[in-house]
Design a protein around this ligand. Structure first.
Ligand code: ADP
Length: 247
């Protein structure tokens, strides 16, 4: 049964690679304002689920509805335009551009038009850039060359480059990998903030971080959901304990 109020409704989603089901009849729902973390052992299918949502991998069967539009069959580009943003582990910022310029080229109308940097920036775009820079804690670094930022700041900049495109769903793959303790804390706050008014889906291995941010946790195992709910429920689920102790 499809609840049309969800931002994301995944139903009976399956993908087979040479007969091996990496994702097996998955049902998964994501609400607006929801920050949801997917955990699970290596090879559980977490990355594949994100690849399916963003169109990088084509489903064998099943449905992915985003704001009531079917995503399966759409190109990656069309899925981005529909309002789905994804951050990979390795930041894809332009290291030789400033923070401001990175945000500017990511602004939907400025995208790919490096020539536009020569023109006077519109107030509307500048206001948006400042708003996002503040959100990602880089308001004092706007004129800094991005290559000189800390590892954590580069990750935040990339989140900002997605936010400026105004996604309704943001997917992040291990957002705190390699970050300092302080940066992890700040990222937890950032993710909580950006989930307001949006849906955020995170893959994470760091259980301390999961406990800190997750409103809802889903444990994937062999392409299927093993458990789903709040952190306490999931942590105490015997099936989950068995899978994690076995690794
Ligand atoms: P996780 O992110 O949970 O570690 P993945 O989604 O990366 O797991 O992988 C799930 C399973 O699917 C793994 O066994 C992996 O080897 C397999 N797999 C993923 N992508 C492909 C692909 N393009 N071709 C073949 N097998 C794949």
């Amino acid at each position: 049964t499809t609840n049309t109020n969800f931002t994301l409704s995944i139903e009976d989603l399956t993908v087979s690679f040479d007969g091996f089901k990496a994702v097996d009849k998955l049902n998964f729902y994501l609400d607006k304002n929801e920050l949801h973390v997917v955990i699970g052992p290596n090879g559980a299918g977490k990355t594949t689920v994100l690849d399916l949502i963003c169109g990088k991998t084509k489903a064998t069967s099943g449905s992915i509805k985003f704001l009531n539009h079917e995503l399966t069959g759409l190109s990656e580009h069309a899925i981005v335009r529909a309002g789905v943003g994804r951050k990979f582990q390795t930041p894809s910022i332009y290291e030789n551009l400033t923070v401001l310029e990175n945000l500017e080229v990511s602004y939907p109308e400025g995208r790919g038009v490096f020539g536009s940097l020569m023109f006077k920036r519109s107030e509307k775009v500048l206001n948006k850039i400042h708003e996002i820079a503040k959100e990602i804690m880089l308001e004092d670094e706007l004129d800094r060359e991005s290559g000189l930022l800390s590892h954590g700041q580069k990750q935040w900049l990339e989140i900002g480059m997605l936010l400026i495109q105004d996604p309704q769903l943001l997917m992040l793959d291990e957002p705190v990998a390699g970050m300092s303790v302080k940066e992890r804390e700040q990222t937890a706050e950032l993710l909580n903030k950006i989930s307001q008014g949006r849906s955020v889906l995170v893959i994470e291995h760091d259980m301390e971080f999961v406990a800190r941010i997750a409103q809802k946790v889903t444990v994937l195992h062999q392409g299927k959901i093993l458990a789903s709910g709040d952190m306490d429920t999931v942590q105490n689920d015997p099936k989950v304990i068995e899978v994690y102790l076995g690794h």
